[in-house]
Structures are given as structure tokens and as C-alpha cells.
Design a protein around this ligand. Sequence first.
Ligand code: NAD
Ligand code: MG
Length: 368
Amino acid sequence: MPATRVVVNIPGEDAYNVRVGAGVLDALGSSMRGVPVLADARQVLVITDANVGPLYLARAKASLAQAGYRVSDICVPAGEEAKSLTVLGEVLEPMAALALERDCVVVALGGGCVGDLAGFAAATYMRGVQVVQVPTTLLSMVDSSVGGKTGVNLSAGKNLVGAFKQPAFVCADTEVLATLPPREWACGCGEVAKTALIDGDEFFFWLSDQASAVVDRQPDAVSEAIARCVVFKADVVAQDKTESRGVRECLNYGHTLAHAIEKISGYGTYSHGHAVAEGMRFAARMGMRLADMPVELAQAQGQLLDDLGLPELGWEASPAQVLDVMKRDKKARHGQVRFVCLHDVGQWRLQDVADGVILEELEEYFAQ
Ligand code: NAD
Ligand code: MG
């Protein structure tokens, strides 16, 4: 399948392309030369992590050098550890030491952690330089590389410092997904399933049909799934750039319980996407009770998650503890817990749910 191009056109921002396909990493440099705001740049800094660097840094650098960019690189720790103020400093100081100027370009080569850190470094270095996202996980291709949210964690919580910084270009090479560990693959599948449910019938039926091809990482199915997710996210972000209009809330489908699962069981115990899948199962209970979600849809969703390799978690906690964590989540407003509920595929609403109702549903959920 040839590479696909999705245009992200956000009001008030330069439009940018997301290029999805096998082998597009080798054309990174020439693609960047075709982007007006990157065309005249001379210096490029590639930020990558300790797992991705040994696998793909040489290819990225070769392509950039061939396009005439002077390339430096910085390697940060893999995973969430990279998203700290300490590591941010360890990126910004060398940027200054390398004498990177205002027209330099930061290239984020890695998963969502590298993307969030490098995007934030680019947003703040000299009050903002261009950033190119080169996502290497399924999650970062379908979710974090598009939309412009960047940032790092504080000890008080995740993503508490950050900036909106749209990339100038996104290069999603599906070939690099071959080396992604199974757990990270399943993690991305959770967000793909979420997107299909909130997008609409066409994506949902397509994904239900193609679930085993996606699980087996068949290239055409994977490219199409990524492109569909990017089209959807681009549309949502174009309507609600800074998460202030309520449109972007739909992206939190499944996330109310997911955040509680991650917090209570300890971050990393379950992958984020798997927690989201479990959260979608719980959100379906809320949907059936409060939003007329048909039971057939809840069943079809459950089947899709099973087929994507995201079985029920079987985790344990007390309902009171889960509710307590939900009420403290930064998505809750003044302790009011909200769920994105579906009444049909692609038809969602943000539902305030009373504590007593949540507790009842949690009792039933854990009793099963
Ligand atoms: P990650 O960046 O930690 O990557 C997962 C693991 O896979 C890491 O160990 C990484 O080194 C490794 N890896 C990456 N690509 C690989 C490849 N091709 N082959 C082999 N190994 C590879 O995790 P992630 O799931 O990509 O991103 C999670 C982060 O994204 C979280 O911090 C989350 O908050 C953030 N996020 C941001 C947004 C946003 O809009 N900015 C959206 C969703 C999630
Ligand atoms: Mg998520």
C-alpha cells in the first residue's frame, strides 16, 4: 500500500501533514525540505530514547543528512522516566551548548514519552522552535503525535506542566512497528478501539472485521487503522485545539476508570491502552444505565476488545477507593465524576454521574 497523507488543519495554526506508510522514515529529510517552515532550516536535533535510538536513529540521521541538515542527537531514558523536569533540563542545556538557533528543528524519534518531552522542549527553547514528530509506537502514531499536547510530569501527577505545540510534520513509518513489544502493541490497540467507537459505524465495523489482521500486524490493515485514527483525531483537534470547547472530551472515552486503574494498581502494572479498554467496558455499563446504550453495542464492543487482544483485566480494588481516586482526577470538576457515554457508535455525551450510582455499578462490576 502506498503511503497515505492526512492533513491536519487547525484554525490559527499552520496546516501540517501526517505521512503514514512503510519506509517513510527513509524519506524524512526530503519530506521536511518540502515543508515551508522547515525548508530553510540548517540544524536538526533528534531526540530519541535508549530503546529506539539503537534501532532507528541511524536511518533517521542518514535521511536528514542526505537532505542537507546538520544533525545532532540526544538520547533520553526510555519510558515515562523521560518526562521529567530533570530530563527536560538535560535536553535544553545541550541545545544551548550546541548553539542551536531559533530556526533549528527538533525531531522527536520515539513513542509518546519522547514526543511529549521533545515537543515541550521545542515549545520552550528560545520561546519556541519547530518540532517534527516521528512516532514509533502504535499509541504515538494514532494518538500522541497529532494534536499538539506536550509536557512532562511532576511528582504530584502526570502531564502537569506542558504546552500546546503543533508539529510541523508527522512521519509515521509503519515498518518500525515490527520491533514493538506485544504489550505496547496491545496498548495502542486500546486507543484504536476507543477511536473506532467514538468515530462511527464505518470505522467500528471495519475494525471489527479487521481485528485479527490488526493483531497480526498485517501492514495494510495497520496503515489503514492508523490513518483512520489520525483523520478522526485531526478533525476533533481542529474543532477544539486547546480542549476548551468540550469536543475533545470524547477522546477520554474509557479514560475515567482507566486513570483510576493505573493509579491504584501502580503505573505500568497494566498498559494505558489495556486500562482504557477496561474503562470502555465499564463506561458501557454507565452508557446502558444512563445513556440508552443498546446492550448489543456493549456486547459488540466487548467482542472487539477481546478480538484485539485486550481481555478483561480481572483487577481488584474496593469500590470506595476507586470512587475516591476518580473524584480526585484532574478530569473531574470539583469532585464531580464524569463519564463519556455512548448511546450509539459515534454518538457520545459527557455524563455527570452521582457517587451512589458509580458505587453501585462498581459493586456489580467487581462482583462478576
Ligand atoms: P513510550 O514512549 O514509553 O514507548 C513505549 C516503549 O516502547 C518504550 O520503552 C520505548 O522505548 C519502546 N519503543 C518505542 N518505539 C519502539 C519500537 N518501534 N520498537 C521497539 N521499542 C519501541 O510509550 P507510548 O505508549 O508511546 O506513549 C506513552 C506516553 O504518551 C505517556 O506519557 C502519555 O502521557 C503520552 N500521551 C500523550 C498524548 C498527547 O496527546 N500528547 C496522548 C496520549 C498519550
Ligand atoms: Mg489515552
